[in-house]
Ligand binder design. Sequence first.
Ligand SMILES: Nc1nc2c(ncn2[C@@H]2O[C@H](COP(=O)(O)OP(=O)(O)O)[C@@H](O)[C@H]2O)c(=O)[nH]1
Ligand SMILES: [Mg+2]
Length: 192
Amino acid sequence: MFIVNMVKSLLGNLGIWKKNAKILFLGLDNAGKTTLLRRLKDDRMVQHEPTLHPHAEELVLGNVRFKAFDLGGHPIVRKTWKNYFPTVDGIIYLVDSTDQNRLKESRYELEQILNTAELAQVPIVIFGNKIDKPGAMPEEELRQALGINAKQQINKKNIKEIDGRPVDVFMCSVANKVGYAEGFKWLSQLLN
Ligand SMILES: Nc1nc2c(ncn2[C@@H]2O[C@H](COP(=O)(O)OP(=O)(O)O)[C@@H](O)[C@H]2O)c(=O)[nH]1
Ligand SMILES: [Mg+2]
């Protein structure tokens, strides 16, 4: 089946057979992190059920470890996920593209990540999620709202960067399984 193949190749692209990778899912609560973890889990290679805590969860698929944290309103949570930095290989930052009211808060949290020295080399995939819902912002608008267009440059390999760190936006619907494979593909080419 196409979906199964897609998920498999998606994990293949993450280098699951070859290496240990640690991927952080960050974003405000309600952005879609848990839903995305469950999507990744819908695969035969699953080894562990996600461990659930109020604001953090973990999923291990093969050698890839995914950790998700809810951000926003709780500086203590920021401290917790910062402890995870030394070995993080990539960040998936989820934004609810339909929630205009919380875009400022989401931008603030994203800026905290962008301004963290320990993360200077870590690629960041921004998912503009829930494009299936009416009222979803177009990509260009979301980029502006998050303030990343202005700062972005393109390197020799045609990869967008902010201050030398690969960052790009992918619009998606985790619910409808649309758009996020491209983001994982982009990230996987940056993992080695
Ligand atoms: N319409 C729509 N709803 C979504 C999508 N992704 C997640 N949701 C819903 O948004 C809510 C929050 O998702 P959740 O994964 O729990 O967010 P988290 O707090 O970041 O873990 C849930 O009701 C999900 O079903 C999507 O792509 N489209
Ligand atoms: Mg969650």
